[in-house]
Design a protein around this ligand. Sequence first.
Ligand code: GLN
Length: 482
Amino acid sequence: MTVAELAAGLRAGSYSSEELTRHYLDRIARFDAVLNSFITVVPERALEQARNADRRLKRGEAGPLTGIPIAHKDIFCTRGLKTSCGSRMLDDFVAPYDATVVSKMDQAGLVVLGKTNMDEFAMGSSNENSWYGPVRNPWDTALVPGGSSGGSAAAVAAGLCAAATGTDTGGSIRQPAALCGLTGLKPTYGRVSRYGMVAFASSLDQAGVLTHSAEDAAAMLQVMAGFDLRDSTSADEPVPDYSVGLAGSLEGLKIGLPKEYFGEGLDGAIAHSIRQAIDEFRSLGATLVEISLPNTALAIPTYYVVAPAECSSNLARYDGVRFGYRCEAPQDLEDLYQRSRSEALGSEVKRRILIGTYALSAGYYDAYYLKAQQIRRLISEDFRQAFAQVDVIMGPTTPSTAFAIGEKAKDPVTMYLSDIYTIAVNLAGLPGMSIPVAPVSGRPVGLQIVGNYFREAQLLNVAHRLQQATGWHLKHPGDYWA
Ligand code: GLN
């Protein structure tokens, strides 16, 4: 069931939050040995939160999502609970404080079942880079769920929690949502606080959600969004009511279709599903406009300078001294740094630190980092010009459906191409969604919808109308929903 349906059931007294929480905990116990979508499950803590939620519901003091069982990506700091970020480096790290996203959800009365698996420090597109092992896709357990929020995606798709949080630096909410048949929302950069979110690339990182429907994503964003004094990059913009405009008419909506998103490299069957969805929008009253985002091909090379540069700086804090992993019996300080980092960081994370350190070094800074920043500006400019003509931009979320575990693991460049349609959106700081459309050979396909800055309400409206008209979002992996 969707969050909206569960919330109505709780209010009607059809079941208690405690019963609902037990239901999900049972499912986690039954299915997660195979899926590996959770790093930490906290039954006692969850049941206590559920009983508190039930008291609030009884007293009439409940918010719209009180009592709904969810999970947090293990990148969000949770006080008193392990926050590993998918890394051996933080395997024994217990956060001393809550991320703003976590405390807002707690205040709203949501129940946290546990923390979900992810690529180490959110670097990856397949969830194979986790210290805790790969996550499996519930549609077919030989396939990856996408990454880096793959644990959150697999858990929601398999019905192990009602919804989950994720983060998206280059596609990590939208890509796993596409590969697991879910609705994924990455808000505008700064819409949601990054306080207490383990940093990967600070100018790109943004928190969002993975849900079954746009309606659910709206309800979750409502709780998370807003200015936070503790994050100077969070935006001081009013938060609208995301539920009011959901069902609004799409008559006259202008949809931009970038020709670069439908060219070479896109699987033909996926292109067909995307066209079918776009035709639906036409029957809902929208008009289609062909547009161009000429710098699309530069997005991946630009990202793979900017993101590693920022990560090499952010990850310098893991020095074996202040917190996290420390090697045995270091000889001296140099040895302590070297072995702690060598032993506790995975190979993809090391690759990024090396690239980033190189790109930022004296003599190369202008050639790489500065150049990348200039191209980043051109990419934003492409979108600015597009949004002068159209309301939203649509295309595929990913160039292919879910691939096999191991298939791309040895070839980082092929892996990086999974995010070819999502990364430019982060470089520009825009909001983006992925929603399920008609599957191809039983594998989910995602339609990406990109909006102008702070137009999350419009994206949610567009997505909701398609979901009302087609019901594609109601398809679930048979093994888990039979
Ligand atoms: N797949 C991209 C990367 O590996 C994006 C990851 C993300 O959005 N966190 O960096």
